[in-house]
Design a protein around this ligand. Structure first.
Ligand code: URA
Length: 258
């Protein structure tokens, strides 16, 4: 191959990586620029929103109905696998549901799967998950015995980009149902995405961390929730481990008070 052509192809590949296209999904390339086949005419026109109300996209209504209909964690996992309302499903390899002991009384919630989690189908198994496991082990907690862990999004956003507000809102009914079914006595919210999504807060994680808040479920149940820094942030900012350690001690003290 001529040097110039090879260089251009490598640059194009590098650009794809910058944009987050870092995995092959199909054996052969798919032409996504081709117009989709004509959709059948809808039999009923969409209902207009009631005045003063925000019209929920149909996918949000579907997510809410699927989540509400799940009576067990296994059923919830199936419902999420059946949910076709998010394009993230098309670019992810796996549905990353949860790991650990659902009945432990302690549930941790992160942001979204990364590349390792997407490949293995389990949350927090990559570098940040390994750091998290070490941190929790330092206060006597073990994933195989005394905590349960999941994410706000069950699918990896391409290129590990931050989830959009719309993606978070779409998956929130599943997360709230997940919490209701696991029925933990305490939640730990790992990072700003989880903290903001579940606390409805406007402040960033540096203001929210280090305190117990409450997450209120649709049935009114309030669950104490500790907000703390995300382990991926700690990998990038080792000086912040001091704050994370203070948060871990808060958690340990609360567990010891049982
Ligand atoms: N970061 C997350 O928020 N979740 C994971 O599962 C892995 C990394």
């Amino acid at each position: 191959m001529e040097g110039g052509t090879r260089g251009a192809l490598l640059a194009a590949l590098r650009l794809q990586l910058d944009w987050g296209a870092d995995e092959a999904l199909l054996e052969a390339p798919a032409d996504r620029t081709r117009p989709p086949p004509a959709a059948p005419e809808p039999s009923r026109p969409p209902r207009p929103a009631a005045p003063g109300r925000i019209a929920l996209p149909p996918a949000a209504a579907e997510a809410g109905a699927l989540a509400a209909g799940a009576a067990t964690l296994a059923a919830l996992r199936e419902a999420m696998a059946a949910f076709g309302g998010s394009p993230l499903r098309e670019t992810a390899t796996s549905l990353v549901f949860a790991d650990g002991v659902a009945e432990s009384g302690l549930m941790l919630i992160g942001e979204a799967p990364g590349a390792d989690e997407d490949r293995l189908g389990r949350p927090f198994v990559g570098a940040s998950g390994q750091l998290l496991d070490r941190m929790l082990a330092s206060i006597g907690l073990d994933r195989g015995r005394n905590f349960y862990i999941t994410n706000i999004l069950p699918f990896r956003p391409p290129g590990n980009r931050t989830p959009t507000d719309a993606e978070i809102a779409l998956f929130l009914p599943f997360v709230l149902r997940h919490v209701a079914l696991a029925a933990p006595r305490r939640l730990v919210l790992l990072g700003g995405v989880a903290a903001k999504a579940l606390l409805g807060a406007r402040e960033g994680i540096t203001r929210l961390r280090g305190r117990w808040h409450q997450v209120t479920l649709p049935d009114g149940t309030a669950i104490p929730a500790l907000a703390t820094l995300h382990p991926a942030y700690l990998l990038r900012n080792p000086a912040a481990k001091r704050d994370a350690w203070a948060d871990l001690l808060l958690l340990r003290r609360s567990l010891d008070a049982d």
